[in-house]
Design a protein around this ligand. Structure first.
Ligand code: NDP
Length: 245
């Protein structure tokens, strides 16, 4: 894999909004061939309309291993190979542990943790062949847990653990692994919170600081994927200047 994005084939999961959408666009603008996966077809269509160059959209549910396998196969079929996976799809449904609706825990674990593990599992043979790269989107919540984020944080701590084991397994085969840990980014992420108090807290946090934009994280992904072969950017922690914890 070379140090320019040109002609590289990159699959971005969760590309229908927020960080994934901005990343897919930044990669396409940099000359990469992009496969953009998510569940909402209308949003993917608007991404395809906006993106320059070669971008294909794929219906993808990361919580379903068969859907993940199909998306990887479709990417390789369309572009002939896979050079990088940006493992970004995720949901956040914050709330207290006491009295929690455990179905929300299940969907966070299935989407954020298992979903990203399925994507690594399906993509890895192709990435080894290409001596490619994997960008794992975790969070500051994968480093510091806080009140009301127990289940979400558990998924993000899990991603960090899986990522380090993955890095040790594949770096000797030329596959570079990057963990990205964003702080507060203005996206639709908080719109799935069902607990009214938690929603209010999220809105207050957003009002209290100059939050990051999805494009700020997209630039970090582009940076990681643009390094020469001998440089592995293993971790990027990126907070808004105004975010204390
Ligand atoms: P958004 O809600 O804007 O984007 C989430 C993306 O994930 C959407 O494209 C959504 O697409 C996709 N997604 C959700 N569930 C699935 C699924 N089962 N299969 C495929 N795609 C899915 O939020 P963000 O852009 O903020 O979130 C992106 C990532 O960044 C997440 O992993 C999040 O945890 C992480 N993050 C975000 C931070 C923030 O402050 N915003 C901070 C730190 C990390 P669709 O619904 O169409 O399937």
């Amino acid at each position: 894999m070379s140090d320019s994005l040109g002609d590289r084939v990159v699959l971005v999961t969760g590309a229908s909004s927020g960080i994934g959408r901005a990343t897919a666009l930044a990669l396409a603008r940099g000359g990469a061939k992009v496969a953009a996966g998510a569940r909402r077809r209308d949003r993917l269509r608007s991404l395809a309309d906006e993106a320059p160059g070669e971008l294909v959209v794929l219906e993808l549910d990361v919580a379903d291993p068969e859907s993940v396998n199909r998306a990887i196969a479709a990417t390789v079929e369309r572009f002939g190979r896979l050079d990088a996976l940006v493992n970004n799809a995720g949901i956040m449904q914050n709330g207290m542990i006491l009295g929690a609706d455990t179905r929300e825990w299940v969907s966070m674990v299935e989407t954020n943790l298992l979903g990203s593990m399925y994507a690594v599992h399906a993509a890895l043979p192709h990435l080894i062949e290409a001596r490619g790269a994997i960008v794992q989107v975790s969070s500051t919540s994968g480093r510091i847990a806080s009140l009301g984020s127990g289940a979400y944080s558990a998924t993000k701590f899990g991603i960090s653990a899986f990522t380090e084991a993955l890095r040790q397994e594949v770096t000797g085969r030329g596959v570079r692994v990057t963990l990205i840990e964003p702080g507060f980014v203005s996206t639709e992420l908080t719109s799935h919170i069902t607990d009214p108090a938690m929603r209010a807290t999220a809105a207050e946090i957003a009002q209290s600081m100059r939050t990051l934009a999805a494009e700020d994280i997209a630039q970090a992904v582009v940076y990681a994927l643009s390094q020469p072969d001998h440089v592995a950017v293993n971790e990027i922690l990126i907070r808004p200047t105004d975010q204390v914890r």
